[in-house]
Ligand binder design. Structure first.
Ligand SMILES: [Zn+2]
Length: 215
């Protein structure tokens, strides 16, 4: 039996050629597309590792490595995390509370002179667990109202973590005056009425407190 030619079968040879050209074009395009967004082929992580990651059982360095990988946009890991996210609750990072203790207190008798238009009445330095250091300068701008200037230093910490952190002066747990830490670790709280305050701030999973600051 003779094999029918393409023309006999009603197939347009020119069309077929165009089709195969088109096919080879899309094959050529595929590696580019994969490089652009689809990182599925590059993923080295096993499903078990994703589970471990979600359960919080992963070692810190391995975990941050995977975090970077996921943040970079691995579609496979994203899909796996999304599909398992409903079943596995990601654990909250453990909050570590620190109460800073006074290290230095210069109860200076006013008047001591004018610095930058304000009278420096008192400077105190607090420290928590040899890790956090908080320097507080208190300037009484007018009777019964002070500006509190401070600086926060965290040993081994990143200044980026401090930027934008809220510093609150609280009475009975209620913030009475609030300032914000800038990119150098400095903060200013203006118009603080005289009284006794607890200073609180949260930096990452650190909750830092200074109890009983007399302003
Ligand atoms: Zn991945």
């Amino acid at each position: 039996m003779a094999i029918p030619t393409a023309t006999e079968m009603g197939i347009n040879v020119t069309d077929r050629l165009n089709e195969s050209q088109y096919d080879s074009m899309s094959v050529n395009q595929e590696p580019r597309a994969a490089g652009e967004g689809n990182t599925m082929n590059e993923c080295k992580y096993e499903l078990g590792e994703i589970v471990e990651y979600l359960m919080g059982g992963m070692a810190e360095d391995t975990r941050s490595e995977l975090q970077i990988h996921v943040d970079a946009g691995c579609a496979q890991c994203e899909d796996r995390i999304a599909s398992m996210g409903g079943f596995v609750q990601e654990p909250e990072p453990e909050v570590h509370q620190m109460v800073a203790q006074p290290l230095m207190d210069t109860q200076m008798a006013a008047p001591v002179g004018v610095r930058g238009g304000a009278v420096l009445t008192r400077r105190r330095v607090y420290e928590a667990e040899s890790k956090v250091c908080i320097d507080i300068d208190q300037h009484e701008m007018e009777p019964g109202s002070s500006t509190v200037e401070g600086q926060v230093l965290i040993k081994g910490g990143d200044l980026d973590d401090l930027e934008g952190v809220e510093v609150s002066l609280c009475q009975d747990g209620i913030p009475m005056a609030v300032g914000s830490v800038d990119l150098l670790g400095d903060f200013t709280i203006e118009g603080v009425p005289s009284g006794n305050y607890d200073l609180t701030m949260s930096v990452g999973n650190l909750e830092i407190a200074i109890r009983g600051i007399e302003i």
